[in-house]
Design a protein. Structure first.
Lengths: 93, 198, 649
């Protein structure tokens, strides 16, 4: 039975629950918007990285270099789309 | 893990290795797709016209249920892949089934939530905000729903053929898909709901 | 009767009725011809169900040429209409439809198909692979593209063409200002074709990453393969943006949402934003493969290896990131603040640097080379000066403050045609002529080819240089007519003559295909150009398995080294080869997409549901299928290899 619940996965799950609870504090505690956003940015990206490495086994494939490169490029594009569009349509308008 | 040093079955054939890296590239495309939906939502967030805003609608209880259910399902599909690598067919099927039940629960809560929104005067046509919100959540929900059918098909194939390079490959790729949907949800959870309720 | 009224064309003219009759007759003739010659079986088993990258490439090529003529006729009609002030050849409504379909057809269905055609045919051969990574998906890509193109072209005779420009800006493209279903065709046909393109992108990234011949490290890949890799990377990350934008546009039009409307908080400018987030990478998606072709052609016909290989690779990699950071320059005048415009102005000018590096590398490759003035080389030589003028005017447009003067004038139209015709069309024609012997087993006539080149090159300059002047004088684009006192008459008349020259060039190309197919010798060997890269190490015509034995690579120009340095490419013994089976599923699934798309255009929901169910069923069939492909037996390979003029390897 033990082998069905390896420590790596269980730790990952507990960590993701903990990060969720920290993120929820933004709602339950009275934080300023800026502090709240910083907390959310930190928890969300840590959580995403956790999923990528612990659960998605990104590092174990023989092509892990290509996979990481592809993912980094995807993140770069995502940030360019989101912040570029916000810059052009809202902040810098 | 015993599999650290040898190649797991899901990578075992040339086609399988191609499928896995191909799916990673597809996930890259999905990142761009969801980034565009998020960008739309952020730009539309304040454009509520005469309708309600996110802060007035979002409910912490359903959000916590949805998040917990989806995080747990991501954990169980991870356990499913682990069990598959140990060659434990029964355990793999059980974990897959739990994952799908949790996924169905998530979709159920989301449908209930949409129903509530419409009840409170936020339909798809209400405002730019409603269009952006429903499209972002709906696209994620549609992905999860598609995953339910996909996962069910994989369960049938494992029951029929056992673990072969083909079914192992499908199961692993399905797990990538499921974890990715979890990642997207984390961003929805943080930057749609919690940001909106702050 | 009421039901059928929705399918009527809103602005019927004799031309459209004539076209309807012509299309109907052609269709009947084609179907009757296939039946009479009993070719249905051949068509189905050899082409419609094929998963062979070479045949898919050829089908892309044929479709691209057909679309080139459709878009070309649109262009001729536009130039004819504006050739004289106050001309009444076309009405304003027709002119709107024609400039819309010209742009859409040329970009999505001609240029995209043309680069995909050459990538399909050449890339697996250049890297020494048997096929692409996912042959079945490759077929699906083609059929989705083809069905999307057909759906779009159907608008001409059923229901009416879109008329809000190829950019389809909202609010003009919204329900209030474009109440007719034409724009639905735009949204849905592009969605279907775009899905096919996205699948191509993923397929080729994996192919190039994973299926290179042993020894071909990334920095040993031919430049066309490098440019194909980066192009497909751009496709994979840019097309999802278009997918979302089109989906939102469709929802606005069909379900009454408020993404891009003028009320309830909608933001019409957001369409322009997302369109160009996709649209600028799209420019590089088109032009990078062209750069790759020029690199191959210039090196082959200068008899020298490419100058500055590493800097060429660095340049395209830099372009792949900068391409995503410049899109706002397409709408400097939309009202963003000076800060935003300045940022995007700087990135725009920065992207001229890697492009300039490439131009100098080509020039240095030719320096002291033994230049052979073949048709592909002529296109490459013509490209450099004309494209540079186009690029320099691009930097002018990139100056945000000055752009207020140029924006939406004929100056812009001149700029992007002067960039895209030498940058894409010349390259495609060069590539087509260059790889034609590998595709079809005979060469295109050089003399007719040169006549075609000069017509096209001079035609391009004559058609578009006058627009710089009339544009600076204030002629707006997309105006169907102008008054005589404006003084634009002479420039537009010159443009019209240029367009005729281009038309003449393309007619010559068609004639060349016919003439060469009929008279050219088939005895051309495997390497008629004395080329340098692996695709020329295959037999002509290429057998379905490409290489009897996987080549071993240890340099950038392995084939050249095997010819002149005495290196051995093929070291192993011939063994059985594993090949994928043909399948009808991609064609059938794409046909369901066509039906679903047609249903969506006219909001015929039962049709949509049935077709969607068909797609879902096919997905399940595919998932449960146990198809392990087949093997070509060793003896069969030996026979094929020996058949090619009795040579043995």
């Amino acid at each position: 039975m033990r082998e069905l619940f390896p420590a790596k996965q269980v730790t990952g799950f507990v960590a993701s629950l903990a990060l969720t609870v920290i993120a929820l504090l933004v709602y339950f505690l009275d934080m300023s918007f800026t502090v709240g956003m910083v907390v959310l940015l930190l928890t969300a990206f840590t959580q995403a990285g956790l999923q990528l490495v612990v659960f998605m086994h990104a590092g174990e494939s023989p092509d892990s270099d290509s996979i990481y490169l592809n993912t980094y490029y995807g993140i770069f594009i995502a940030l360019a789309i989101v912040f570029g569009s916000l810059l052009a349509m809202v902040w810098g308008y | 893990m015993s599999t650290e040093h040898s190649t797991p079955m899901e990578y075992s054939t040339e086609t399988n290795a191609l499928n896995i890296i191909g799916f990673w590239v597809f996930i890259g495309a999905e990142i761009a797709l969801f980034a565009t939906l998020f960008a739309t939502y952020f730009i539309m967030e304040g454009r509520i016209a005469d309708g309600p805003s996110g802060g007035q609608l979002f409910v912490i209880s359903t959000l916590m249920i949805q998040t917990f259910v989806l995080l747990t399902s991501s954990f169980t599909i991870g356990l499913g892949v682990n069990a598959m690598r140990l060659g434990r067919k029964g355990a793999t099927l059980t974990f897959l089934a739990i994952t799908l039940v949790l996924g169905a629960g998530f979709v159920g809560v989301e449908i209930y939530e949409f129903y509530e929104y419409v009840h409170e005067g936020l339909s798809l046509q209400t405002s730019a905000f409603s269009a952006g919100l429903f499209t972002l959540l709906g696209t994620h929900g549609a992905h999860v729903s598609f995953g339910l059918f996909w996962g069910a098909g994989i369960i049938v194939q494992i029951v029929k053929h056992g673990f072969t390079p083909r079914t192992a490959n499908k199961t692993f790729i399905f797990s990538l898909y499921w974890h990715f949907l979890d990642v997207v949800w984390i961003f929805i959870f943080s930057f749609v709901y919690l940001k909106g309720m702050m | 009767m009421e039901f059928f009224k929705q399918f009527a064309v809103p602005n019927p003219t004799p031309t459209i009725y004539l076209s309807m009759v012509a299309i109907g007759l052609t269709l009947i003739a084609v179907l009757a011809g296939i039946t009479y010659f009993k070719k249905w079986g051949y068509l189905w088993s050899e082409w419609l169900t094929t998963v062979d990258h070479k045949r898919i490439g050829i089908m892309y090529l044929i479709s691209a040429l057909l679309m080139l003529f459709r878009g070309g006729v649109d262009a001729l009609m536009m130039r004819a209409q504006t050739s004289m002030p106050g001309n009444e050849l076309l009405s304003a409504a027709e002119y709107n439809e024609i400039f819309t379909t010209h742009g859409v057809v040329m970009i999505f269905f001609m240029a995209m198909a043309f680069i995909t055609a050459l990538m399909n045919f050449v890339v697996p051969l250049q890297i020494g692979a048997r096929d692409v990574a996912f042959p079945r998906l490759n077929a699906l890509s083609f059929w989705l593209y083809f069905m999307g193109a057909m759906l779009f072209n159907l608008s001409f005779v059923i229901g009416g063409s879109p008329s809000s420009g190829w950019t389809s800006y909202f609010p003009l493209a919204g329900n209030e200002l474009s109440p007719h279903i034409g724009t639905n065709y735009y949204m849905i046909a592009l969605q279907i074709a775009g899905l096919g393109t996205l699948i191509t992108g993923i397929n080729f990234i994996v192919t190039i990453f994973k299926m290179r011949a042993p020894g071909m490290k990334l920095m040993k890949m031919p430049l066309f393969t490098w440019s194909a890799l980066i192009t497909n990377l751009l496709i994979t990350f840019a097309f999802p943006v278009l997918t979302v934008a089109l989906a939102m546009g469709t929802m606005d039009r069909l379900f009454g949402t408020h993404f891009f409307t003028m009320d309830n908080g909608g933001m019409a400018m957001l369409w322009a934003n997302f369109f160009w987030v996709w649209g600028h990478p799209e420019v590089y998606i088109l032009v990078l493969p062209a750069f790759g072709i020029y690199s191959e052609v210039i090196s082959t016909f200068s008899k020298r290896n490419l100058y500055g290989y590493t800097s060429m690779v660095v340049a395209i990699v830099v372009i792949s990131t900068l391409a995503f950071l410049v899109w706002v320059h397409h709408f400097f005048t939309m009202g963003q603040g000076a800060l935003v415009n300045s940022i995007f102005s700087i990135t725009t000018m920065a992207i001229a640097i890697p492009t300039g590096i490439k131009i100098f590398n080509w020039l240095f490759t030719m320096w002291k080379g033994k230049i052979q003035f073949t048709v592909p080389m002529l296109y490459s030589l013509g490209f450099i000066p004309i494209f540079t003028i186009g690029g320099v005017t691009g930097v002018m447009l990139g100056i945000a403050s000055a752009d207020y003067q140029y924006h939406n004038t004929m100056f812009l139209v001149a700029h992007f045609h002067i960039v895209i015709i030498p940058g894409v069309v010349f390259a495609m024609l060069a590539g087509m002529t260059y790889w034609w012997p590998k595709m079809f087993g005979f060469m295109l006539n050089e003399k007719i080819g040169k006549w075609a080149f000069w017509n096209i090159a001079i035609g391009t300059c004559l058609a578009f240089f006058p627009m710089f002047i009339s544009g600076l004088d204030g002629q707006a684009r997309r105006m169907y007519t102008y008054s005589e006192v404006a003084g634009f008459g002479i420039w537009n008349l010159l443009s019209f003559f240029g367009a005729l020259g281009l038309a003449m060039g393309f007619i010559l190309i068609v004639f060349n295909v016919y003439y060469s197919a009929r008279y050219a010798t088939r005895d051309i060997g495997d390497d008629p150009w004395d080329a340098r890269t692996l695709e020329w190490a295959t037999r002509t015509p290429v057998p379905e398995y490409n290489f009897a034995v996987t080549p071993q690579v240890d340099s950038r120009e392995p084939f050249w080294d095997s010819k002149y340095e005495g290196k051995t490419l093929f070291k192993e013994e011939i063994k059985d080869i594993h090949m994928p089976n043909n399948s009808g599923q991609p064609f059938i699934m794409a046909a369901f997409f066509f039906v679903a798309g047609f249903g969506l255009v006219f909001s015929l929901w039962p049709v949509v549901y049935v077709a969607a169910a068909g797609i879902a069923v096919l997905l399940f069939i595919r998932s449960f299928e146990q198809d392990d492909g087949r093997h070509i037996h060793e003896q069969e390979i030996r026979d094929t290899e020996n058949d090619k003029r009795g040579e043995t390897r």
